[in-house]
Unconditional design. Structure first.
Length: 408
């Protein structure tokens, strides 16, 4: 099958117990059997070799088409690490610095204000004391929001501006200006809140690189890494490989979701925060590049010092996401900080699960996830297509099932 990937070693060759790895399949097959997930794919790699690769269930329940190794999945927020890497490639060229005000590239950000009080119909705001900077976008400390968060007045203003979900059908320039016209939730750099920040970063990339974001990623990331199945649009010739999108339903049974066909149509505003579609094989190559310090198969996207800097905690005072977060968010975990595009395990004892300090990861809205564990030389992928299920639930179980299979 086009885009397929395969096991490249016996697990024992890389210090993993094959029988213990099969506990992963036994555990997650129950999620399909009881209807919580339609199907899934799991990939575990160590020391550059794929030691475990399994699929279960359907990519489309109605037709019974199975999940296959070449199935296309909407990555949603697993797009964010890719966009963050792209931004740091420009950093390495000396084209941006992390302290640059975003207004240097998007002038509308020169007039942003901070929400203080009042209803959405008459919000009281004040000028920022600190400009929104590039590092604020990379760390989600810019004071931006998502309209779906439903926490208070600021996200209500996002919804009123038509920013409930994703990027409206305009270009990234127009989207960035619309966001800049809304008040910030807090002074930049003073709290953590998951947001459209990486979409704004995508617009910065466009301005600095002098080309659309989708073209920059295709030419500078996907092409060099051999990620031929990754992009913002699924053409007609590949549509039969695209998994159907579902959402968590009543009684835990997933039901078909609306909006899943959006990726079949070209977009004028590629979402650097949530827009990519990819395969296990392609995203595995991206994860391997990260594990190897920015290089894969002789192609170097980033220097190892840059990658190490991105994957340390950048929240002030060494705080974790729970301590520094402003809005409740399921991916904000005790013991995990946030770097430049990734969550980072900094205190495994606080995580309350076996993990390596320095492991970095992120997930997507359709319950996809990945992590890179440099200490154990492991990368892991879990791919499915169910929104509203909860990435944290899957990651917690999958992490312990992978960790218990490491025997040397």
């Amino acid at each position: 099958m086009v885009g397929e990937v395969k096991v490249t070693c016996d697990p024992a060759e890389v210090g993993l117990d094959g029988e213990r790895l099969r506990r992963i399949d036994a555990h997650f097959s129950a999620y399909v059997d009881d209807g919580r997930l339609p199907g899934w794919l799991v990939l575990v790699s160590r020391r550059g070799e794929i030691a475990h690769l399994s699929t279960y269930g359907a990519r489309d329940v109605a037709s019974g088409a199975p999940v296959e190794t070449g199935t296309l999945f909407r990555m949603y927020s697993m797009t964010k690490p890719v966009t963050s890497v792209a931004a740091m490639m420009l950093y390495e060229e000396g084209l941006i610095t992390l302290k640059d005000p975003v207004a240097d590239y998007i002038p509308a950000f020169g007039d942003v204000r901070v929400y203080e009080s009042g209803p959405a119909s008459a919000p009281v705001t004040r000028p920022v004391e600190e400009p929104v900077r590039i590092w604020h976008l990379l760390t989600h400390t810019a004071g931006l929001m998502y309209g779906w968060q439903r926490f208070g007045v600021v996200d209500e203003l996002y919804r009123a501006a038509g920013l409930t979900q994703g990027i409206p059908d305009d270009d990234l320039a127009g989207f960035a200006d619309r966001v800049a016209g809304l008040p910030l939730l807090f002074e930049p750099g003073t709290a953590w809140n998951y947001s459209v920040a990486t979409d704004i970063l995508g617009r910065v990339i466009e301005v600095v690189a002098g080309m659309p974001l989708d073209r920059f990623l295709a030419e500078c990331v996907f092409g060099p890494l051999g990620m031929s199945d990754t992009g913002f649009t699924v053409e007609q010739g590949r549509a039969d490989r695209l998994a159907t999108l579902y959402t968590a339903g009543l009684g835990r049974r997933a039901v078909r979701a609306a909006g899943g066909d959006a990726v079949l149509r070209p977009t004028r505003a590629p979402s650097g925060g949530a827009g990519l579609v990819s395969t296990a094989g392609d995203y595995h190559r991206f994860a391997q590049m990260l594990l190897r310090g920015g290089e894969l198969d002789g192609v170097r996207l980033l220097g190892p010092r840059t990658l190490a800097y991105m994957t340390r905690n950048h929240l002030p005072g060494g705080a974790d996401m729970q301590e520094y977060g402003r809005v409740p968010f399921g991916e904000a975990v005790d013991g995990e900080g946030f770097g430049l595009g990734f969550a980072v395990v900094q205190d495994a004892a606080k995580v309350k699960g076996i993990a390596s300090e320095g492991e970095f990861h992120w997930g997507g809205a359709a319950s996809t996830l990945f992590w890179v564990d440099p200490a154990e030389e492991i990368t892991v992928l879990f791919l499915t297509q169910v929104t509203g299920f909860g990435v944290r639930t899957i990651r917690t179980r999958l992490r312990q099932l992978v960790q218990q299979a490491i025997v040397s």
